[in-house]
Ligand binder design. Structure first.
Ligand SMILES: Nc1ncnc2c1ncn2[C@@H]1O[C@H](COP(=O)(O)OP(=O)(O)OP(=O)(O)O)[C@@H](O)[C@H]1O
Ligand SMILES: [Mg+2]
Length: 208
């Protein structure tokens, strides 16, 4: 399956989610093909740190501008896509079986998601293949009194033809550490809240 992790807005967590999902899939025994289509190359860089530190399993992330690469139909394929490469983004959207959109809890992020969905629809125009679009709240507030995560999720529920994943990822330091150390959150601290929530999130995405 080809999964594209994308959104229009920067800093929504695309590379963090791509990296942690890729390692999770490797640990589940899947063959993983990973591509970084964002010229910032964060996904590629974190895999390089992992390689330098000799953490196992090793993750290969190919840095590409366009999809001039053979995709292995037997593999779980992950694309990290950023707005800085609009042509690559469009191409990835056309190849996708599904798109996962991380949305931080704020109104501007909801607006950006609406704009992004318009780009997705335009890119898929004339295509008959099914596309699943999954949105979820990333960097959700851990404090119950803060309403923005609930409000954002409610706004996402109003968007047509998207699935809102109820498994949120919360704003936690462990996600930042994950990227600086080249380790997935569940490798850094198994049994932590971050590890458990990521496990639930990935299971919901890949359970069938
Ligand atoms: N759930 C989270 N909790 C805490 N920090 C997070 C979380 N998700 C992402 N971050 C942090 O937010 C920053 C942006 O994340 P990331 O680089 O994954 O976003 P991005 O969407 O790929 O950004 P860009 O558009 O610049 O490529 C990073 O410092 C990352 O560590
Ligand atoms: Mg990124």
């Amino acid at each position: 399956m080809i999964t594209v992790v994308a959104n229009l807005k920067g800093g929504s967590g695309k590379s963090t989610v791509s990296f942690n999902l890729a390692i999770w899939l490797l640990n589940q025994g899947h063959e993983v093909q990973a591509f970084d289509l964002d010229p910032q190359l964060t996904f590629h860089d974190v895999a390089q740190i992992r390689k330098d530190e000799e953490h196992q399993p090793e993750l290969e992330v190919m840095a590409v501008e366009t999809l001039s690469v053979e995709v292995n139909p037997a593999a779980e394929v992950i694309f990290d896509v950023g707005a800085a490469n609009p042509e690559g983004m469009r191409e990835a959207i056309r190849h996708a079986n599904r798109i996962i959109i991380p949305v931080p809890p704020s109104q501007p992020d909801v607006w950006a998601t609406q704009r992004f969905l318009k780009i997705v629809r335009e890119a898929r125009e004339g295509m008959d293949e099914q596309l699943e679009i999954i949105v979820f709240v990333n960097r959700a507030d851990t404090h119950h009194a803060v309403r923005e995560s609930d409000d954002t999720e409610a706004a996402l529920e109003q968007l047509p033809d998207v699935t809102v994943l109820p498994q949120r990822l919360y704003q936690r330091t462990i996600y930042r550490r994950s990227m600086s150390e080249g380790l997935a959150v569940f490798e850094l601290w198994r049994g932590s809240k971050g590890s458990d929530e990521f496990d639930a999130f990935a299971n919901a995405l890949y359970s069938n």
